[in-house]
Design a protein around this ligand. Structure first.
Ligand SMILES: [Zn+2]
Length: 115
């Protein structure tokens, strides 16, 4: 049984060595990855900075833009007919056929028979 013991010891040594090598390789890989990321940071920073600047510019341009036919707060995009009083009104949501829709006056009233 001496041979078996020796074989086990040998195998254990091999496993230990492989483990060390693996750990070293992992460390190297991590170091390399970290190095790559570190190298990318200034580039990313620059890109992000440029995007932020661009967004800021477009917001400024948007706020300066006054020539459109859509005014802020003008959400009346769809024509709807009130299911209760039959009056036409504008709504920001597309009316779904078959579904009741109420004008501002009727929707603020309490629903009849729902208590
Ligand atoms: Zn109504």
């Amino acid at each position: 049984m001496v041979d078996a013991k020796r074989a086990v010891k040998k195998a254990a040594r091999k496993i230990k060595k492989a483990g060390r090598q693996l750990a070293q390789k992992t460390e190297e890989a991590v170091d390399e990855a970290v190095g790559k990321v570190k190298k990318e940071i200034p580039k990313v920073r620059r890109t992000v900075g440029e995007s932020i600047e661009e967004v800021g510019r477009s917001i400024k341009e948007d706020s300066e833009y006054r020539g459109g036919d859509k005014k802020p707060g003008d959400l009346g995009l769809y024509e709807a007919t009130c299911s209760k009083c039959g009056s036409k009104f504008k709504t920001a949501y597309e009316p779904i056929s078959g579904l009741s829709i109420y004008c501002k006056n009727c929707s603020s009233e309490p629903m009849p028979g729902r208590h």
